[in-house]
Ligand binder design. Structure first.
Ligand code: GLU
Length: 429
């Protein structure tokens, strides 16, 4: 039987529930998305024709605060995926103790097929369609796969037009000139970087002797590859949606990023110009990259990359999930058996939403922070929660993923019970 993404995501919840003592009400509450909105977005295309694009926004749970999460533009977006991503956001925000619930949005579109103006009309049309479902105290948008600062700026502007008041706090990840936070663009990678450094220290591993493969070269993947290379890790393989490259002696990440920024694929660009000649390299597929013999594997693209079908071939010693949901629950069990340490998405990629929270706080207070302040606070939060999860895993003899869910569940359970009415029915007074 093929499980839906959401069914598979829910398995992690069922597993962690065995380790926590939270009320039946809270358990029941967490099984279902609070509200899911499906819309059709009309866009007037450049050639004058009219096209409709399917769009979604899901508010999974708002017990701990307004729902929060990105908006994805991808041809594979569907309601099942958006619900799963909103579920993960709920646990991610609880892991980091952010005063938010989880939400997510998406549009089924290949943004590379649209002109800049079509993309703007689509983004504004999306906000028109969901405006009553979101708000600075209700549900807050942010970037995700194939969306960026520019798109967040349009979305914030459109919401402000609809509400007839400037509302920066309804969207995070905006351009800095429109109320964005310094450090938000690099936040997902920076958060992961802080934890990798902390954990490699704990495990007594030195960057110079540590090889890394990164799948995905977007905002998160490209930045983490660069941050790690800069402090001496040997990044031997990177890829994008078209394929990847491998060089045993390590790749020159800054030049690859430069080429990639001129919007060409990694494989195509690598052999044009001078970079190709700097190191010898092999062309590889995304599937090859995952099974390379490296110390650290970083999936930083899409979900369902490591499944029961390829988990047995994974050779990495540590996996840091920068993408959301890259490993299925069936693959988890195989990796655990092989002794591979998996650092879970709801902790590792939480730097993005953490700095989104900082942005929201700055928008509401009107006082803006320096980059140093942002990164210092990010580091303090990420490393403290990582330590906590590490101890839970040690004490309970369980995986880091399960420990992260346990940690989040304790916070969620307490919040749900604090609101609840169950006691009126069960107690005698
Ligand atoms: N899309 C990012 C994530 O999956 C960031 C969400 C946010 O900043 O709200 O965590």
């Amino acid at each position: 039987m093929v499980l839906s993404l959401f069914d598979d995501a829910s398995k992690r919840l069922a597993q962690a529930l065995k380790f926590v003592n939270i009320s039946d009400d809270a358990i029941e509450h967490l099984k279902y998305p609070k509200a899911s909105l499906s819309v059709s977005i009309p866009v007037r295309m450049d050639d004058g024709s009219l096209k409709f694009f399917p769009g979604y926004r899901v508010r999974y749970d708002d017990t701990r605060g307004p729902t929060k999460g990105g908006v994805r533009y991808h041809p594979g977006v569907n309601l099942d995926e958006v619900q799963s991503l909103a579920f993960w956001m709920t646990f991610k925000c609880a892991v980091l103790n952010l005063p938010y619930g989880g939400g997510k949005g998406g549009i089924t579109v290949n943004p590379k097929d649209l002109s800049r103006l079509e993309l703007e009309r689509l983004s504004r049309g999306y906000v028109d369609a969901i405006a009553d479902f979101i708000g600075p105290n209700v549900d807050i948008l942010a970037p995700d796969v194939y969306t960026n600062q520019m798109i967040m700026g349009w979305m914030m502007d459109q919401y402000s037009i609809i509400k007839r008041q400037i509302s920066p706090a309804v969207v995070t990840g905006k351009p800095v000139t429109m109320g964005g936070s310094l450090g938000r663009e690099t936040a997902t990678a920076m958060g992961a970087f802080f934890i990798i450094e902390q954990m490699m220290g704990k495990l007594d591993r030195h960057p110079q002797e540590t090889t890394v493969a990164v799948q995905g070269f977007g905002n998160a993947g490209g930045t983490i590859a660069e941050l790690l290379a800069k402090v001496g890790y040997k990044v031997v393989a990177v890829s994008d949606s078209q394929g990847g490259i491998y060089a045993k002696q390590g790749l020159d990440i800054p030049s690859i990023r430069q080429y990639k920024n001129s919007s060409r694929g990694i494989q195509a660009i690598y052999c044009q110009g001078t970079v190709c000649n700097i190191v010898e390299h092999e062309l590889i597929t995304n599937a090859d990259l995952l099974t390379l013999d490296v110390d650290i594997l970083i999936p930083a693209a899409l979900e369902n990359q490591i499944t029961a079908a390829n988990a047995n071939q994974i050779q990495a010693r540590y996996i840091f999930e920068v993408a959301n949901g890259p490993i299925t629950s069936a693959a988890d069990a195989i990796l655990e058996q092989k002794g591979i340490l998996v650092f879970p998405d709801i902790l590792i990629n939480a730097g993005g939403v953490t700095v989104s929270y900082f942005e929201w706080v700055q928008n509401r207070s009107g006082l803006y922070w320096t980059l140093e302040e942002v990164n210092q606070r990010l580091k303090a939060k990420m490393t403290a929660e990582a330590n906590h999860i590490w101890s839970i895993a040690q004490e309970m003899g369980t995986s880091l993923r399960n420990a992260a869910y346990i940690h989040a569940l304790n916070r969620l359970g307490e919040a749900i019970d604090a609101k609840g009415t169950r006691d009126y029915y069960t107690s005698s007074h």
